[in-house]
Design a protein around this ligand. Structure first.
Ligand SMILES: NC(=O)c1ccc[n+]([C@@H]2O[C@H](COP(=O)([O-])OP(=O)(O)OC[C@H]3O[C@@H](n4cnc5c(N)ncnc54)[C@H](OP(=O)(O)O)[C@@H]3O)[C@@H](O)[C@H]2O)c1
Length: 222
């Protein structure tokens, strides 16, 4: 790896918010590695994650945006194996990445995780996302202490128009976006580019660590 360039690893960087972060970081001074299942890395597979970071070697900044699917439904209705599978990808996947990347991240480097506004917004039928994101927010703060001087933060997006919703019926998806535009204090639905700006801030601001950055159009104050 070139000594004078800054190197980034974006797990989940092949689409949505991660791809927008990659785009905002793109310049001739930066080396950007993006990985996801379509490049052969399943973040929930600890051995693969370990081997991946071994192959990358020393680098500066880790961004984790992998995993977006989680079962909806009441606690009494969601099948436990489905909830566990969602935890395996987003929660345990993020832990796998932080654990195995930490020995390769340079002392002035950073880790930026991704949570989600449901960590602190109480909405029925969303407990899996609430639980995963709340667990990750708590762990972000622990990691910031344990890995210092590496800085560790998390970005918590609200509804963001990405490929995560491409499986939805188009009419339902558009009416979900329209409802958000009409009800969120920001009067708009977030784009991946809006949210990506927060990762760049977490990476570049030397005074930020242990922070959860809300980019949610005001959903938490609604
Ligand atoms: N969009 C929203 O409204 C919203 C709101 C709150 C929080 N978030 C959070 O923001 C993050 C990014 O979401 P997004 O909207 O950008 O979703 P997205 O467009 O679906 O992107 C998710 C990325 O994760 C990768 N991925 C999924 N499972 C993986 C696995 N097992 N191993 C490695 N990579 C995996 C996907 O690539 P492959 O399919 O190739 O693996 C893709 O690159 C997620 O953590 C999500 O929970 C999103």
């Amino acid at each position: 790896m070139s000594q004078d360039k800054t190197s980034y690893v974006i797990l989940g960087g092949t689409s949505g918010i991660g791809a927008a972060v990659a785009k905002q970081l793109e310049n001739s001074e930066n080396i950007i590695h993006v990985a996801s299942r379509q490049t052969g890395l399943d973040i929930s597979d600890e051995k693969s994650v370990h081997a991946y970071f071994e192959s990358i070697g020393a680098f500066d900044h880790l961004i984790i945006t992998a995993g977006s699917a989680a079962p909806a439904g009441k606690v009494v209705d969601v099948k436990i194996p489905d909830a566990k599978a969602a935890f395996d990808i987003k929660f345990w996947g993020s832990i796998n990445a932080a654990k195995h990347a930490s020995r390769y991240i340079k002392p002035n480097g950073t880790i930026t995780l991704t949570t989600g506004m449901l960590s602190r917004k109480v909405i029925a039928n969303t407990y899996t996302k609430t639980a995963i994101n709340a667990a990750l927010e708590a762990t972000t703060k622990v990691l910031a202490k344990e890995l210092s001087p590496i800085r560790v933060n998390a970005v918590s997006p609200g509804l963001t128009m990405t490929t995560a919703y491409q499986g939805m019926d188009e009419q339902n998806r558009e009416s979900m976006y329209e409802n958000a535009r009409n009800t969120l204090p920001a009067g708009r639905v977030g784009t991946a580019e809006d949210v990506a700006q927060a990762y760049v801030m977490a990476i570049t601001n030397p005074y930020m660590t242990g922070s959860i950055i809300d980019v949610d159009g005001g959903a938490l104050i609604n």
